[in-house]
Design a binder for this molecule. Structure first.
Ligand SMILES: [Ca+2]
Length: 130
């Protein structure tokens, strides 16, 4: 079993393969799943995929969500390495990435319902949180 957003619509889908049958894709078609953000991490000092990074997502209302960049979870499979986070009705979020190297990068006012690429240590000063 692997989990990922294969069609990049912000809703996580599930792929199941057993020992005998054809692969089964459970395509998530939930009509109103809320807003979301997905982070595609690229490590520079840390591993290239950013595996093990902790991603904090904070909404303007003060809700905070913590996600771990990982691909494990099921036997002989790898799930989507992008970090997915549902954020309810939030239109923008602040994101903080704590990389395995110890580097901390913070980004402000990231619009939701999109995939953002975040490279370790590559942050513009105006986006940096104080
Ligand atoms: Ca999807």
């Amino acid at each position: 079993l692997a989990i990922g957003d294969y069609d990049n619509d912000g809703r996580l889908d599930v792929l199941i393969v057993d020992a005998e049958g054809a692969p089964l894709l459970l395509h998530n078609e939930t009509p109103s799943a809320g807003n979301w953000v997905q982070c595609r991490l690229q490590g520079t000092k840390s591993n290239r995929d950013g595996l093990g990074a902790l991603v904090w997502v904070r909404t303007e209302e003060g809700k905070r969500y913590l996600r771990l960049c990982q691909t494990d979870g099921s036997y002989m499979s790898a799930s989507d390495k992008r970090v997915h986070c549902g954020v309810g009705s939030a239109k923008v979020v602040d994101i903080e990435v704590r990389w395995p190297s110890g580097q901390v990068d913070a980004y402000r006012q990231i619009p939701t319902n999109r995939i953002v690429s975040l490279t370790e240590g590559n942050i513009r000063k105006k986006e940096k949180l104080s």
